[in-house]
Design a protein around this ligand. Structure first.
Ligand SMILES: Nc1ncnc2c1ncn2[C@@H]1O[C@H](COP(=O)(O)OP(=O)(O)O)[C@@H](O)[C@H]1O
Ligand SMILES: [Mg+2]
Length: 225
């Protein structure tokens, strides 16, 4: 799926001030392409990713998915659209602590009311793809940080979403685990052929993706590759 932002702005207002984080940003993210977004802390990368993922609404402007303006959808349709099309990988995994790896990964399908047996079967397959077939009955606290993040990646990908958004997906891991997880993300991206947009601090990793942008003031995206 192709994503287009048209003259997007995002301002945060409080009683006596207005903060413009993104101003008049227009950009396209072509389908089946991987993008990295670099930029200093606080510049607005997460804000942009939340808008792309429909978790936050822009103050003005349009967000087009395959030429449809989805800012016009109501909350119910928007959340259905999100769960069918977008996978999220956050810096902190957000796994449900009382559920096993298998249940966590199957959850998006079960919420979408898919047949439970099919959901668990798919969850097993994808846990195998991330190398965790021997850990499916573990709850998150019995897994290492890297393993938890692999479960989160499996959960993000189980719907085979056409868009995967990652917000510093390896930001909380040590260097070698981070490299391992990153290689896995690249491998899965090749296999699944979806659009990946990843915010990262790591320039070396960023340049392994198809396109690289650096976010500077007011959400301007500088094209580095
Ligand atoms: N809900 C909010 N209300 C007010 N300010 C916010 C909110 N969310 C983010 N900001 C501000 O927007 C700026 C960009 O934040 P963020 O997108 O999280 O940056 P990054 O991910 O690049 O570190 C920060 O200055 C932050 O304080
Ligand atoms: Mg951030």
């Amino acid at each position: 799926m192709k994503i287009e932002l048209k003259e997007i702005s995002r301002k945060f207002k409080d009683a006596d001030s207005e903060l413009t984080i993104i101003e008049n940003l227009s950009i396209s993210f072509e389908e089946k392409t991987s993008f990295a977004i670099l930029g200093r802390s606080g510049v607005g990368k997460s804000t942009l990713l939340h808008i792309l993922g429909t978790l936050d609404k822009p103050t003005s402007g349009k967000l087009l998915y395959d030429n449809n303006d989805i800012t016009k959808l109501n909350d119910k349709d928007l959340s259905r659209f999100r769960s069918q099309n977008i996978g999220f990988i956050f810096q902190f995994h957000n796994l449900l602590s009382d559920f096993t790896a298998l249940e966590n990964v199957a959850m998006p399908l079960i919420i979408a009311k898919e047949n439970e047996d099919d959901a668990y079967k798919k969850a097993k397959e994808i846990l195998k793809m991330v190398g965790l077939e021997k850990r499916i009955s573990h709850i998150p606290s019995k897994l290492s940080g890297g393993e938890q993040q692999r479960v989160a990646i499996a959960r993000a990908l189980i719907n085979n979403p056409s868009i995967v958004l990652g917000d510093e997906p390896t930001g909380s891991l040590d260097v070698s685990t981070s490299k391992y997880i990153w290689d896995m993300i690249l491998e899965l991206n090749k296999e699944m052929q979806n659009t990946f947009i990843l915010v990262t601090h790591n320039k070396d990793l960023a340049f392994q993706l198809n396109k690289v942008y650096e976010m500077i003031e007011c959400g301007f995206l500088n094209n580095l590759k």
